[in-house]
Design a protein. Structure first.
Length: 341
């Protein structure tokens, strides 16, 4: 049993003893179990936390992309910066790369400078946009124009060298795409709303229109984000996906998470609702990474040209910022892609 669970059970035991009630023996914890009405029963375990060097900037990259030395890309982590707003008790600072309210602009600018140095691209111009959970993708030719025009949307693309397109996330899925023949690149921010609106699929379509890209010349990387093990959603989200995609049902799994207190004291959780009407029950989990991989396949990319980093930002909250794990009080990661001359 995890430490926090054990402590919770001991507190309840103490309360019952104070009321002269006797705790009963609890059944063994079952862990994660999955059962979907649309797919065979499967089991998904939350990912294990990795040990990280908090004083060192770490950049996640696709190893195979070193084949193209003109291509610059990377997914940031939370380690190695100067931010102290989110974990004030921690000795080393953190690499918050978004201009969030709890952090200072000076900190974020220094963090971005350090990130670009770690990426080996200190001379490149960083291009961001105001993200609005949409399928809107903007073509940009300069960082200055994008900033002065108040660029809004959830995707960026360019054929200009020297620009580093950046997507901010803290659980949503970042998708990077490159045309290795025409040296055009794109970056997409895919939360569930952007995903159900087909931002990755439409974005590749725009690359074909804007740069005459051919799907067989495209490579893509799906970066760290909240994985299926941790991404519980409502039935309305499942309905949205199942209405939009023929494979929509395959993206969802129903999970029942073991609760030690509920198992030991089931009577404490009885409700007056009729059977079948209680809000207690299995959670519906969405695989956003797979959803975006399927969109890239539908857009014509070869399966072997799509790399999936696979790290869950919530499970590995010591390595990545996670909106859900930190209940909204968190920094932002950057996923970047660009080209050199």
């Amino acid at each position: 049993m995890k430490g926090s669970h054990r402590e919770d059970v001991e507190r309840v035991d103490a309360l019952l003893r104070a009321g002269e009630l006797t705790p009963r023996r609890r059944r063994s914890q079952s862990g994660w179990s999955g059962g979907s009405r649309h797919a065979p029963t499967k089991e998904i375990q939350p990912q294990r936390q990795r040990r990280v060097a908090r004083s060192r900037i770490e950049v996640a990259q696709v190893r195979g992309w070193k084949e193209w030395p003109w291509l610059v890309h990377g997914f940031s982590t939370r380690t190695g910066g100067v931010t102290t707003a989110y974990r004030p008790g921690q000795r080393a600072g953190e690499l918050n790369l978004g201009f969030t309210q709890p952090d200072t602009r000076e900190n974020v600018e220094e963090n971005r400078r350090r990130f670009l140095e770690a990426l080996g691209a200190p001379e490149m111009e960083l291009v961001t946009l105001k993200q609005i959970h949409s399928p809107v993708v903007k073509r940009v030719a300069s960082a200055t124009v994008a900033e002065t025009q108040g660029c809004q949307g959830d995707g960026l693309m360019t054929g200009e060298p020297g620009l580093l397109l950046a997507i901010q996330t803290a659980d949503c899925i970042p998708v990077l795409v490159a045309d290795v023949k025409r040296r055009a690149v794109a970056a997409f921010h895919a939360g569930w709303r952007g995903t159900v609106a087909r931002i990755a699929e439409k974005g590749v379509g725009q690359m074909r229109s804007e740069f005459r890209s051919r799907p067989e010349d495209l490579i893509a990387a799906i970066g760290p984000g909240i994985a299926a093990c941790c991404y519980a959603v409502g039935e309305e989200v499942r309905s949205e996906f199942e209405s939009q995609f023929a494979y929509g049902a395959e993206l969802f799994t129903e999970f029942s998470e073991s609760d030690p207190i509920r198992e030991k004291y089931p009577l404490l959780f009885l409700t007056a609702r009729a059977p079948g009407h209680s809000n207690l029950g299995p959670q519906v989990h969405l695989d956003l990474m797979e959803a975006n991989r399927r969109q890239l396949l539908d857009a014509g990319l070869r399966a072997e040209a799509i790399a999936v980093i696979g790290d869950c930002t919530r499970c590995q909250n010591n390595r990545y910022f996670s909106y859900r794990a930190e209940q909204g009080f968190t920094g932002r990661l950057l996923s970047v892609i660009g080209t050199r001359d």
